[in-house]
Design a protein around this ligand. Structure first.
Ligand SMILES: [Zn+2]
Length: 341
C-alpha cells in the first residue's frame, strides 16, 4: 500500500513537471512570455499597438521589456528595446489611415519576395545608405549633388532615438522630401529595425506597414523596395514581403563602413571599394550594389566622396537600385490616392 502511494506521488510530480515544460507547446497560436516569476499569455493575433496584455510591472517612469524594467535608452529606443511592451518607440504608430488597403500589383520584371543580391545594368554602381535619415544626411545629400550622383536610401522610421520620420517638428520629413525631389530612391528598412526572423508574422507586417504609413505621410506614397535589417529574412519573412509587394534587396559590395568609423579605419573601407572597382575594370565591368550607412560620420564626410570619385574615374555611373536593375522609376512606389485632393 505504502509502495503504491509512493508510486502515485511520483507519477503526480513527474506529470506536473512535464506539464509545466510542455505548456508553451500545448497552446498553439499562443505566445508565452516570462515576466519575472509569472507567465502571461497573449494571442499572437491579438497583439496590437495598444494591447493591454503587455501591461508591465514598471514603476512610474520606467519602461519594460521581457524581464527588465528601467529608464535607459535601451528601455525605450529601437532597435534595442523590445517590441510589444507598449512603451518602446517601436510601438508608436504613424498618423493617418493604414496603408494595407493600397493595391499592390506586381509591376515590372524585378522579382518580388526573393533575395536580390546584385545589379543588372553594366557599369552601374548603386550606392545604398541604410538606417537614416540622421544628423549627417543633409550633408550627404549635398555631397551626392556635388558629384551629380544618385543613391538609394533604405529608411528606418523610428530607430536610435531619432523620433518618428513623419514628425515634422524634426528635420527627417523634409530631408526625405528632398531625397525624393533630388531623384534619389526611397526604400524601406522597416519601422524600427527589428530582426524580421525573430518577431511574429503580425509584427513583421506591422514593421513594413507602419513605415509605409510614415513615408506616405511624407511623400504621398510607399516604396516597393526594402532591405531587411541585419540582412535577415527567412522563407516565411520572404513570403510576407512577397504578399506586401516588396523587392528584397541585399548587396554584393559591403563597404564595412560600420566597422570603420574613424579617420584611420575608414581607409579599410576605401580599399575595399578600390579593389572591387579596379579588379572588375580589368574583367567585365560588372555592376555593383554597395552598402553603407548615413548614420556614420566617416561614411558621410570621408568615404562617400572617395567612392564617387573612384566611380567617376573608372567609368562607372552612380545610380539608384531601381536604375541598376533596369526598373523604371514608376515601379519604385505605390501612391496612396486616398490622400490626394
Ligand atoms: Zn540597418
Amino acid at each position: 500500500m505504502h509502495f503504491l502511494l509512493t508510486l502515485l506521488l511520483l507519477y503526480a510530480s513527474v506529470s506536473r513537471a512535464l506539464y509545466v515544460q510542455l505548456l508553451p507547446h500545448l497552446l498553439p497560436g499562443r505566445n508565452l512570455q516570462r515576466d519575472n516569476s509569472t507567465y502571461r499569455i497573449a494571442h499572437v493575433e491579438d497583439i496590437n499597438d495598444n494591447d493591454e496584455t503587455f501591461a508591465s510591472n514598471a514603476r512610474p517612469g520606467e519602461r519594460c521589456g521581457p524581464g527588465f524594467c528601467g529608464i535607459t535608452a535601451a528601455h525605450c529606443n529601437s532597435p534595442d528595446c523590445q517590441l510589444g511592451y507598449g512603451t518602446c518607440d517601436a510601438d508608436k504608430t504613424p498618423q493617418g489611415p493604414p496603408t494595407k488597403h493600397i493595391i499592390r500589383p506586381r509591376l515590372g520584371s524585378v522579382p518580388y519576395g526573393e533575395a536580390i543580391m546584385s545589379c543588372k545594368a553594366s557599369l552601374t554602381f548603386a550606392m545604398t545608405f541604410d538606417d537614416g535619415p540622421n544628423e549627417y544626411t543633409s550633408d550627404l545629400l549635398d555631397i551626392l549633388d556635388k558629384f551629380q550622383a544618385k543613391a538609394t536610401f533604405f529608411i528606418t522610421g523610428v530607430n536610435s532615438g531619432k523620433g518618428q520620420i513623419d514628425d515634422f517638428s524634426r528635420p527627417w520629413g523634409s530631408l526625405i522630401q528632398r531625397m525624393h525631389r533630388d531623384g534619389h530612391q526611397l526604400a524601406s528598412h522597416t519601422w524600427s529595425h527589428q530582426d524580421l526572423n525573430k518577431i511574429t508574422h503580425r509584427q513583421r507586417r506591422d514593421q513594413l506597414l507602419k513605415n509605409e504609413a510614415a513615408l506616405r505621410n511624407i511623400m504621398g506614397g510607399i516604396p516597393t523596395y526594402m532591405r531587411p535589417p541585419y540582412s535577415n529574412c527567412n522563407k516565411s519573412c520572404m513570403k510576407d514581403m512577397a504578399k506586401l509587394g516588396y523587392h528584397v534587396v541585399y548587396f554584393d559590395l559591403d563597404t564595412a563602413d560600420y566597422l570603420n568609423d574613424s579617420p584611420e579605419k575608414i581607409q579599410v573601407s576605401k580599399a575595399i571599394v578600390n579593389d572591387a572597382l579596379s579588379n572588375t575594370q580589368k574583367s567585365n565591368n560588372k555592376p555593383f550594389l554597395a552598402i553603407g550607412h548615413d548614420t556614420h560620420a566617416q561614411t558621410v564626410y570621408n568615404l562617400t566622396a572617395h567612392i564617387l570619385q573612384r566611380v567617376n574615374e573608372t567609368g562607372y555611373r552612380a545610380v539608384t537600385v531601381g536604375e541598376c536593375l533596369n526598373d523604371p522609376r514608376d515601379n519604385w512606389y505605390r501612391w496612396d490616392y486616398r490622400n490626394s485632393t
